[in-house]
Design a protein around this ligand. Sequence first.
Ligand code: HEC
Ligand code: HEC
Length: 373
Amino acid sequence: MNDLAIRFRTVLSEMTFAVFLLFGSLCFLASCDRDDTIVDQVVYDTTPFQFTYGNFPDPDLPSDNPLSIAGVELGRMLFYEKMLSKDGSQACASCHLQTDAFTDIRQFSVGVEGLNGKRQAMAAFNLAWHQNGFFWDGRAPGLRDQSLMPIQDPLEMNETLEGVILKLSGSTAYRDQFVRAFENGKINALNISLALEQFMFTIVSVNSRYDQFVKGEVELSESEQRGYDLFFTEYDPWGSEKGGECFHCHAGFNFTNDRFMNNGLDAEAAFTDEGRFKVTGDPADRAKFKVPSLRNIALTAPYMHDGRFATLEEVLDHYIAGVKDSPTVDPLMQYNLNPGLDLDAQDKQDLINFLQTLTDLSLLDNAAYTNPF
Ligand code: HEC
Ligand code: HEC
């Protein structure tokens, strides 16, 4: 081969190499680009949320709203989102504070217009095990129905659903998260309610000293044990054993029977809030309210649907000697009414000490439920 031919071939192969390099780097750049879009790509993601709940039984969750990591995260964003209120001043979390076991320690919450609500806020945890409606009167059949009501309540967030949808649609973070959480990716009222439902289902409180006691990990003090016995014992009009009767209604692992009852707060003439009656129209439901869970009860004062009692001691004074008769007072209150529960100061202290074992401090700073912003 002559020199020229060799030179020509070298040039050729250099060119090929250059072209190869050029294409290679183009490809590389392109693939980089592709990788980037894969990383950033916003796609529907059904990865299930790993839902754990200690010794509690499996909850009966609605099958049409499976918990996904993306859905729960969206619900958490919405729970802390002030855009849900008319003037941007209030989120769900403004009245359901994690540091107060997801309730409001004010007697009546104050809405965006500075107006007081008429009922005490309820503690939003272990809701996955509520099967009988939400709110003190149970007017919301499911958590998804419940979750849209405070947004539109004039005494609470006072916003329209159209207003919320418009505001959320202006945010890339929300547009993306709705795509990750829902197959149709839409920012609409249904998806807002389903995401809030998912997040609220995941707020669980199962790690009180009482739970550790049930698992045999800790012992109760003598006083707590006495309080436990009083809580779970019936009043015996003929015997000498004392009983508090509490377990009839505050029953089971979540310390509620999930029913609506009248625990004798008022005589008929003083029924100011008709409670469950407003929902069913059945006179037998007058002044009946949802039996609340007693978990974390030491953290969630004031007590009852109108927050009338400031302390657990006042609550016990009610059950011991303050129960009022009325046509709808629960028959289980018969001994509270007459002759009254025979509990003295020490018994009260023991009951309070037991109720304090239901406090789960890990709920208050569990990172899974904190403000994501
Ligand atoms: C202005 C204060 C306030 C705001 C804001 C608020 N809530 Fe409430 N929440 C309450 C009060 C008060 C009740 C009890 C109302 C009733 O029974 O009529 C309640 C009850 C509930 C319950 C019922 C719990 C049960 O055991 O039945 C849930 C769940 C709940 N709220 C979730 C939410 C969500 C989700 C949001 C945001 C979309 C929200 N709340 C915003 C005050 C508030
Ligand atoms: C007949 C059923 C019944 C019995 C028995 C009963 N309770 Fe209640 N309890 C209720 C109902 C219903 C409410 C809510 C009433 C309302 O707000 O109008 C309630 C509310 C409470 C509250 C306030 C919860 C909150 O979040 O505001 C505490 C604390 C409480 N009960 C403790 C006890 C203790 C302790 C006993 C036993 C001494 C007891 N209860 C016995 C039905 C009962």
